[in-house]
Design a protein around this ligand. Structure first.
Ligand code: ZN
Length: 130
């Protein structure tokens, strides 16, 4: 199995959860005008991403968890790097990292959320649109 077909690659590189080839988002997460806008359907296998209205609203819960995980990772990184920061400096470091990564956190949260609900079908893009 090539790395491009792995679950982790598909989540992190924002691919379709069903075929793992088409893009989940209409554009790059840092393109602010279309920030984290999800395709209506996969460009490759044509599966409809929003299986019900407001389907991606649930990804907010995921983004909270991702944000907390990144905050902890940032703090641990400052410890590993030997930075001797005070509480306010730690806080601002975490806030800075979260602000910089905000578009990607939103995008990867939608990707994780979609991957919860769609099963991987390796030959999905060879089927007719449904
Ligand atoms: Zn697809």
């Amino acid at each position: 199995m090539s790395i491009r077909r792995t679950y982790l690659y598909s989540v992190l590189f924002l691919k379709c959860p069903r075929c793992r080839q088409g893009d989940l988002l209409e554009s790059h997460p840092y393109r602010i005008s279309k920030m984290n806008k999800v395709h209506d359907a996969c460009p490759s296998c044509h599966v409809k991403y929003a299986m019900e209205p407001s389907f991606f609203t649930g990804s907010m819960y995921v983004s909270y968890a991702v944000g907390v995980a990144l905050a902890i990772a940032t703090y641990l990184t400052t410890l590993v790097l030997g930075w001797e920061l005070g509480p306010a400096e730690i806080l601002w470091t975490i806030v800075g990292v979260l602000l910089l990564l905000m578009p990607y956190i939103g995008a990867v949260s939608k990707s994780i959320w979609a991957h919860f609900f769609f099963a991987y079908e390796p030959k999905a893009n060879q089927k007719q649109p449904s």
